[in-house]
Design a protein around this ligand. Structure first.
Ligand code: NDP
Length: 435
C-alpha cells in the first residue's frame, strides 16, 4: 500500500466521519428506479446493436440486422482473460511509485483524499508494450476479429464490478455515500452508485476506472483496427489514420491533465455504480471506437482537401475545448494567476467567483462546444453515406445537453442569484446564438 494514497483521516476525524450522514437523495435522475432498470438493459443492448450493425454489409441503422448471434458465439473466455490481464496491467502501473500526488476536494467529513497522478505514464508504458507486440508480429487484428466477444466480456466485468461495489457500499460509513445515489431504492442506487469514493486500501476504484483501462484501451483498440486495415490493404487508409490520430490526441490530453478530473461531476458528485463502471469499461472503449471499426469494413476515400478541412475543424474544436478547460482550471486553482487575472467575474455568496468573460463569456459551457466540434471531426472521415459512424456525435450531443442541464441545476443551487446574473449576461448554454 502506498502511504501517500491512503485516506487522510485521523482517529478523531474517523469517529466524526461515522456521525456525519449523507442526506437521502430526493431528486431522482434518469426517470428514477424504472429509468435505471431500463438503462441496465438498454446500455449493453445498444453496444451490441451498434457493433452487430457495423459488422453488416450495409451498416444501416434502418435495417434489422440479420439473424442474431447465438449466446455461445458471443462468449469467448480468451477475450475475458485478455481483458482481465489488461486491467491488471493498468492496476500495476497505477500502483507503481511513479508520478505525483494530488488532493481531491474537501469531503463532507472535512477530509481530502489523495490521488496518484501517473496516467500519462500508464499511456506511455502501454504504447511501448503495444509497439513491442507489433515488433514481435503478434496478431493485434485478433481484437478486430473478435470485437463483439470482447465487448461482451467487458460488459460481464462491468456488471460484476457493479455488484461488488453495491455490496461493498452496504458496509460503508454513512458519510461515504454519494449524495446522488442514496435514495434507499436498491435498483436506483445500484445504477447511480451508492458509495462516492470506494477504495480497497489506498486503491481508488472509481478514479482508476475513469481514465485508465477504458480510455487507454480505446486507443489500443483503435491501433488493433489500424493493424487490421494494414493486414487487409497493405497500408492504413488516410481516414483511419485521421480518426485514430484525433482520438489518441484526445486521450493523451485527458491523461496529461489527469488532475482536472478531481473536480468533475463524476468524482465530486456521482457515486461509483453501474452507470460509471459500465460507461468507463464498456461503453467508452467499445462505442467510441466505432468510427475506426466501421472504416475497416467500409473503407472511405478522402481527398487531401477534405482531410485538411477535417484536421482544421478538429484543431478549432481542440483549441476551444482545451482553452476553456484550462482557463477555468487556472481560475479555480488561483484567481490571481496572470493568465486569468484580467478576466471579468461575478462574485457569489460562497466566496467563489464566476468567470463572465474569456471563453466562459462566449457560452456557459464552451468546453462542451469544443468537445462536440471535435466529435464531428472524428465522424467526417467516415464519409456522408452512413449514419452509424455519426453515432458518437449524436449521442454525445444528447449526453452533453443532459449533463449541462444537471450542472446548471447544481450551480443554481450553489450560487442562486449570482448564477441567475451569469445566465442573464451569457444567455447561451453550449451553441452561440442557437442553444
Ligand atoms: P465542467 O468542466 O464543465 O465543470 C462545470 C463546473 O464548472 C460547474 O459546476 C462550476 O463548478 C464551474 N463553472 C461553471 N461555470 C463557471 C464559470 N463561468 N466560471 C467559473 N467556474 C464555472 O464539467 P464536466 O466534468 O462536465 O466537463 C469537463 C470536460 O470533460 C468537458 O470538456 C467535457 O466536454 C468533457 N467530458 C467528456 C466526456 C466524454 O465522454 N468524452 C463526458 C463528460 C465530460 P464550481 O463553481 O464548483 O467550480
Amino acid at each position: 500500500m502506498c502511504p501517500l494514497q491512503s485516506y487522510s483521516v485521523s482517529m478523531s476525524e474517523g469517529n466524526m466521519a461515522d456521525k456525519i450522514k449523507t442526506p437521502r437523495t430526493k431528486e431522482r435522475e434518469f426517470g428514477g428506479a424504472i429509468g435505471a432498470l431500463l438503462m441496465l438493459i438498454a446500455l449493453p443492448g445498444t453496444v451490441l446493436y451498434l457493433l452487430i450493425t457495423c459488422n453488416t454489409e450495409s451498416a444501416s441503422v434502418f435495417q434489422v440486422p440479420g439473424p442474431l448471434p447465438t449466446l455461445q458465439s458471443l462468449w469467448n473466455p480468451f477475450a475475458l482473460i485478455l481483458l482481465l490481464c489488461w486491467f491488471a496491467l493498468q492496476a500495476v502501473i497505477y500502483m507503481l511509485p511513479i508520478g505525483t500526488i494530488a488532493e481531491g476536494i474537501t469531503l463532507r467529513d472535512n477530509t481530502r483524499l489523495k490521488y496518484k497522478i501517473n496516467a500519462f505514464y500508464a499511456f506511455l508504458v502501454s504504447a511501448l508494450l503495444a509497439g513491442l507486440a507489433i515488433k514481435m508480429e503478434l496478431h493485434l487484428s485478433y481484437v478486430y476479429d473478435h470485437f463483439i466477444e470482447f465487448a461482451v466480456a467487458a460488459a460481464i466485468i462491468s456488471l460484476s464490478l457493479s455488484i461488488f461495489l453495491y455490496m461493498k457500499s452496504l458496509g460503508a460509513p454513512e458519510s461515504a455515500l454519494a449524495p446522488g445515489g442514496n435514495s434507499g431504492n436498491p435498483i436506483y442506487d445500484f445504477f447511480i452508485g451508492h458509495e462516492l469514493n470506494p477504495r480497497i486500501g489506498s486503491f481508488d476504484l472509481k478514479y482508476f476506472c475513469e481514465l485508465r483501462p477504458g480510455l487507454i484501451g480505446w486507443c489500443l483498440i483503435n491501433l488493433c483496427f489500424l493493424m487490421k486495415d494494414i493486414e487487409l490493404r497493405g497500408s492504413p487508409s488516410l481516414s483511419i489514420i485521421l480518426v485514430c490520430g484525433f482520438q489518441a490526441l484526445y486521450v493523451m490530453d485527458a491523461l496529461w491533465h489527469e488532475e482536472a478530473i478531481l473536480t468533475t461531476m463524476d468524482i465530486v458528485h456521482d457515486g461509483f455504480g453501474f452507470m460509471l463502471a459500465f460507461g468507463d469499461l464498456c461503453w467508452v472503449p467499445f462505442t467510441y471506437s466505432l468510427q475506426a471499426y466501421f472504416l475497416v469494413r467500409h473503407p472511405q476515400e478522402l481527398s487531401t482537401l477534405a482531410a485538411l478541412g477535417i484536421v482544421l475543424l478538429n484543431g478549432v474544436g481542440y483549441i476551444i475545448f482545451r482553452g476553456s478547460n484550462s482557463q477555468k482550471n487556472a481560475f479555480r486553482r488561483n484567481p490571481s494567476d496572470p493568465s486569468v487575472a484580467g478576466l471579468e467575474t461575478i462574485p457569489t455568496a460562497t466566496g467563489k467567483r464566476l468567470l463572465v468573460s474569456g471563453w466562459w463569456g462566449l457560452v456557459r459551457h464552451p468546453n462542451y462546444l469544443g468537445d462536440l466540434i471535435m466529435a464531428l471531426a472524428w465522424s467526417l472521415p467516415c464519409g456522408l453515406g452512413h449514419i452509424l459512424p455519426y453515432f458518437y456525435v449524436i449521442y454525445f450531443t444528447g449526453l452533453l445537453i443532459h449533463r449541462e442541464a444537471r450542472d446548471e441545476h447544481q450551480c443554481m443551487k450553489k450560487y442562486g442569484l449570482a448564477w441567475q446574473e451569469y445566465c442573464r449576461r451569457v444567455p447561451y448554454r453550449i451553441f452561440p446564438y442557437i442553444y
